[in-house]
Design a protein around this ligand. Structure first.
Ligand code: 9D3
Length: 221
């Protein structure tokens, strides 16, 4: 998969996507990730990317010309163009699976009070938020989406992780897990997990997952 990112803060992307699973996905060519500075698409001497809203009001908007020219330069006919903004639909694992099915994503990070509406109308195929809290810009949301989508690409997770992904919990929270030692500072691992009785262990885990989900995330049931 190719992912192009358009942002005013390209330096924020150095680090989080250069580690671990995403690093390996990039090195193996399964993810081709390119970060582009929106300011490079401004024309004037001051590299202006924002302006005041018509009709007045607080803050600045991203002006349309640099974004239109960037998209025209970067998008192909199969590209999914996605805006990141607090007004988008809330990102989740179903949307992650949806995005993993495209061969090219162009993620456009917001800033200031938002986008000129013509960017939404003419350029965007989708608009996503990562949740109901206010960030300073859309760069972290872009990284969240790149991370979530990349781990679903074929060959990115190892066999064991992929199998786990497929059997995952039937939409419940994870059951409690323990590793050695069997007793730590007086805290004992539940006896059933030491029993070697795999049918009983499976029953206990299913029950724990259900109880924990009921307690913490009844909306999932
Ligand atoms: C009405 C004023 N603000 C909306 C809550 C304006 C505004 C604040 C912060 C506009 C943009 C931003 C920067 N945030 C994002 O661009 C953003 C975001 C977020 O803040 N939370 C969750 N997901 C996202 S995706 C992009």
């Amino acid at each position: 998969m190719k992912i192009d990112v358009l942002t005013l803060f390209p330096a924020m992307f150095a680090g989080p996507l250069d580690e671990s699973i995403i690093k390996r996905a990039r090195e193996s060519g399964r993810l081709d990730l390119r970060i582009h500075n929106l300011r490079d698409y401004a024309h004037d001497r001051h590299r202006t990317v924002d302006d005041r809203p018509f009709g007045g009001g607080p803050g600045m908007l991203l002006k349309p010309e640099p974004i239109f020219e960037a998209v025209e330069g970067l998008a192909r006919d199969t590209t999914r163009v996605i805006l990141l903004s607090p007004s988008g639909r809330t990102f989740n694992q179903a949307i992650t699976r949806e995005l993993a099915g495209f061969d090219h994503l162009l993620l456009i990070s917001g800033h200031y009070e938002g986008f000129d509406e013509r960017v939404r109308e003419q350029l965007a195929d989708d608009e996503l938020s990562i949740g109901d809290y206010v960030l300073t810009n859309g760069a972290l949301p872009v990284m969240v989406i790149v991370d979530a989508v990349t781990r679903l690409l074929p060959g990115v997770l190892g066999d064991e992780e992929s199998a786990h992904e497929e059997s995952f919990n039937h939409g419940l929270l994870e059951y409690p897990q323990f590793t050695r030692p069997a007793e730590f500072r007086g805290m004992k691992v539940p006896e059933v997990l030491l029993s070697g009785n795999h049918a009983e262990i499976a029953r206990w885990r299913a029950e724990q997952a259900r109880l924990r989900t009921q307690e913490r995330r009844p909306d999932l049931l």
